[in-house]
Ligand binder design. Structure first.
Ligand SMILES: Nc1nc2c(ncn2[C@@H]2O[C@H](COP(=O)(O)OP(=O)(O)OP(=O)(O)O)[C@@H](O)[C@H]2O)c(=O)[nH]1
Length: 367
């Protein structure tokens, strides 16, 4: 520390001395690499709990070896379970609390019992890390809340859109196609009008549960509108998808709620479509939505299948070819592919089996 910080602002030789002290201090700080300072610096570089625990484990292992670190917590009703390393039958367990709030349980395992001195260092390191762990837990809670519907507690429209995009990328890359069911309660406005909004909310919650109960654990259910639900179903074909859509509608029809104005029940309409190769998320959703619209127009309480996708098979073939051809090296989705193909076509590599003139899909026109 400068011997007297106020001399930094006073003219004369005292200021020169204070500046020299300050410079020494800053150099010393930059050189300081004790374990606690380093841990503190590294723990502020991320808000991701998994990364944070990896940093903590790495720094701790450099002073107190251990076989396994386990961190368990519940954020927004969802379990967080991080495991680093394996083995060890002795354990030290720490409940992480700060300002009266709980931020999970961290447990260290080892074949050899932890000595008292080691426990002291572990506790000091946890004391250094706890603020960063708290910040990461809060960030995680906010992030999860932004993807969760407040009425039903299931993932919301934003989560649905992310998931649909993810499925489209996976489907186009691996050819493993998914089903999409859109399910909408019938004349829900009249339920609200007749039984009240609170009962309407209870119906929405019961619907979410009914859909989850009628689908596999690998399927995901989202509330994507007022009384509209989206269900993404991996590894499914047309025939199975219609059965699931009807099973969902049947489960919704079974819902019975008591209210001041008598028992409440609802029906639902559904539209579904299997993702087509090369199809964009927006186009896939639009097909399923049009099918739902037809189900409503056909009198409700029924399921309708989406029309087949347009041209996407050819676009998918082109996507495969694009990967093989160094001249056609970017873009994704059928729409973009057409442009990409048209732009890059004139400079194609000349290998006719990959991108020669004979292989040109008929709908692709030069830009
Ligand atoms: N209770 C409750 N109602 C909601 C919520 N969000 C939207 N709604 C209601 O859902 C109803 C949707 O009405 P409409 O879009 O006319 O559709 P509908 O009455 O179900 O008719 P169809 O879909 O054509 O069968 C409206 O009354 C909205 O107020 C919610 O979070 N809770």
């Amino acid at each position: 520390m400068p011997s007297n910080p106020t001399s930094l602002t006073s003219p004369g030789p005292e200021r020169a001395q204070a500046l020299a002290d300050l410079e020494r201090l800053s150099l010393q700080w930059q050189r300081d690499d004790d374990i606690f300072t380093r841990l503190c610096r590294r723990m502020t570089t991320t808000l991701d709990l998994q990364e944070l625990m990896a940093i903590f484990a790495e720094e701790l292992a450099s002073v107190v070896p251990f076989d396994r670190l386990s961190y368990q917590h519940t954020v927004e009703d969802q379990p967080v379970d991080i495991q680093i390393g394996q083995g060890g039958n002795h354990r030290c367990e720490y409940g992480l609390n700060l300002g009266g709030e709980h931020f999970g349980v961290l447990t260290l395992y080892r074949r050899l019992r932890f000595a008292k001195q080691e426990q002291t260092v572990i506790e000091q390191m946890l004391g250094t890390a706890i603020n960063s762990i708290r910040n990461a837990c809060r960030y995680d809670a906010m992030w999860r809340a932004s993807l969760t519907d407040v009425v039903t507690g299931i993932p919301n429209k934003r989560a649905f859109e992310d998931a649909l995009e993810r499925e489209v990328s996976l489907g186009n890359r691996h050819g493993d196609l998914c089903g999409l069911i859109l399910c909408d309660l019938d004349r829900f406005k009249s339920v609200n009008d007749r039984y009240g909004h609170m009962t309407g909310d209870r119906i929405l919650r019961a619907t979410a549960l009914a859909i989850q109960g009628a689908t596999r654990s690998t399927d995901t259910v989202y509330r994507i509108g007022g009384e509209e639900f989206g269900i993404i179903l991996p590894h499914i074909g047309d025939r199975e998808c219609i059965l699931v859509a009807d099973r969902i509608r049947n489960a919704i029809t079974q819902i019975r709620l008591d209210s001041d104005s008598g028992p409440v029940s609802v029906t639902a309409s559904a539209g579904f479509g299997i993702q087509a190769r090369g199809e964009s998320a927006a186009a896939w959703f639009k097909r399923a939505d049009e099918a739902l619209y037809r189900a409503k127009a056909d009198g409700r309480d029924c399921t309708r299948q989406a029309e087949p996708a347009q041209n996407t098979d050819i676009a998918f073939i082109d996507a495969r070819r694009r990967n093989d051809c160094p001249h056609i090296a970017h873009g994704s989705g059928a729409q973009e592919l057409r442009t990409t193909y048209a732009l890059f076509r004139p400079t194609a590599c000349g290998d006719s089996s990959v991108c020669g003139p004979d292989a040109s899909p008929p709908f692709l026109q030069p830009a």
